[in-house]
Ligand binder design. Structure first.
Ligand SMILES: *[C@@H]1O[C@H](CO)[C@@H](O)[C@H](O)[C@H]1NC(C)=O
Ligand SMILES: *[C@@H]1O[C@H](CO)[C@@H](O)[C@H](O)[C@H]1NC(C)=O
Ligand SMILES: *[C@@H]1O[C@H](CO)[C@@H](O)[C@H](O)[C@H]1NC(C)=O
Length: 392
């Protein structure tokens, strides 16, 4: 990944050298100061929650909260927007940065990010209500080609999974938009990532109920659903499942008798590589897409991809169900994100709490805290990640 830093220089100058003409200035977009990697999106929990776009110092350049909504909404969407849900769980760069996808309050939604067009900026262009048995715990969304959007239900029943909708901008907002696909069988989904190269939707969840309500342990699972560009549909039948090698209880953090199994928390593509990093309630793992296997865990992963990683609190230890004493310094990375220049951000929740109160940013191996005081679940780079283009 570090090799990616400045590798664009090579791309710029190689063809020029061949033609033997004098070098031109890099395109404005490619100059380091203009690369997308100065913008981060962070969700601040609260009533109201606030979505913030900010720089590496934490200076906010754009934000979204429900008070910004001036358009009329159908009744259920209005109710869910103005609910007392404090969530800002997922945050996605969409439509080349002109939209933000988010789980916000009791909505899953897509809003305009067009500061250059103030009249349309911040408008909701698609939304569903979470105030029902399907989406009450939804934690993840991702754009698919064909103006579709996939939403993870993040539940524990056999029929939980991914619901696909049409998020076309020209469709009117309605309380119950038609479901285009209902893909069942993956529980506790916490991450969804589009894979342009292989035309797949990757989802991170568990193979059985993560809350312990099934008679078997739940294993963390990465599932790749093939996307058919003729029908614009994901295939459930041809999905490939990759289970994490061990199932772990969560008693170390939550105490004796706590029934939940460890599951994935974030699914993070490595810039310019066919790799994912997966964080869980317990640790961090490296998944090699070409090998179809988890190949590394723990400090082997942080040493390789996240030099300078520091545990945010010193109380992350306890006893597991078998009575082993464990230190879990890399546990509960609820959200993290790698930039091609080697910088990264992460949010580690407080031990025995579901969120943290700052975002860590690491540049050249040195960690700083930003957004101090905000109650945060996730922060991500706001841009098109090299090697991982989003659907157009
Ligand atoms: C925002 O930017 C200004 C000017 O560059 C700087 O003085 C200030 O400390 C920044 N704010 C934060 C939160 O870092
Ligand atoms: C999806 O399908 C399952 C069964 O196939 C059903 O139980 C569930 O209610 C459906 N989900 C939605 C959101 O309609
Ligand atoms: C880390 O990598 C070393 C060297 O490849 C290996 O021996 C060790 O088992 C790895 N540790 C983990 C936790 O994967």
């Amino acid at each position: 990944m570090l090799g990616g830093y400045l590798s664009w220089l090579g791309l710029l100058f190689e063809p020029l050298a061949e033609w033997d003409i004098p070098p031109i200035q890099p395109q404005a977009r490619l100059r380091p100061e203009n690369r997308p990697w100065n913008t981060i999106i962070t969700g601040a929990y609260g009533v109201p929650a606030v979505l913030k776009l900010h720089d590496r110092k934490g200076n906010v350049s754009w934000s979204w909260q429900r008070e910004d909504v001036t358009q009329p909404l159908p009744p259920a969407l209005e109710r869910c927007l103005w609910s007392d849900a404090n969530d800002a769980t997922d945050l996605k760069w969409m439509r080349s940065g002109k939209s933000v996808g988010a789980v916000y309050s009791n909505l899953v939604m897509v809003v305009n990010h067009t500061p250059e067009d103030p009249e349309n900026d911040k408008k909701i262009t698609w939304a569903i209500c979470r105030d029902n048995e399907f989406f009450w715990n939804a934690h993840a969304l991702e754009a698919l080609p064909g103006n579709r959007v996939a939403v993870g239900t993040t539940g524990e029943r056999p029929w939980d999974g991914i619901i696909v909708y049409d998020m076309s901008m020209d469709k009117e907002l309605v309380d119950d938009p038609p479901i285009l696909q209902n893909i069942t069988g993956l529980r506790a989904i916490h991450g969804l990532i589009w894979d342009e190269e292989e035309q797949l939707l990757w989802a991170a969840g568990t193979d059985a109920a993560a809350d312990g309500s099934d008679p078997v342990p739940a294993y963390g699972a990465l599932v790749a659903y093939p996307f058919n560009s003729e029908t614009n549909e994901l295939s459930q039948e041809d999905a490939k499942w990759y289970l994490m090698p061990h199932a772990y209880d969560q008693e170390t953090e939550w105490g004796s008798g706590y029934p939940w199994w460890v599951g994935p928390h974030d699914l993070v593509p490595v810039p310019n590589e066919r790799k994912f990093l997966v964080s869980t309630d317990r640790d961090i793992y490296e998944f090699d897409i070409n090998d179809g296997a988890f190949i590394n865990e723990g400090t082997n992963v942080t040493d390789k991809y996240m030099p300078g990683f520091e545990v945010t609190t010193d109380d992350r230890h306890g006893f597991d169900r078998a009575g082993n004493y464990l230190e879990l310094p890399r546990s509960d990375l609820k959200g993290f994100s790698l930039a091609p220049d080697g910088s990264y951000v992460y949010v580690q929740s407080l031990w025995r709490f579901l969120r943290g109160f700052h975002t860590s940013i690491v540049e050249n191996g040195v960690r700083r805290k930003i957004m101090v005081g905000d109650e945060i679940y996730r922060s991500r780079w706001f841009g098109e990640l090299d090697g991982w283009p989003k659907p157009r």
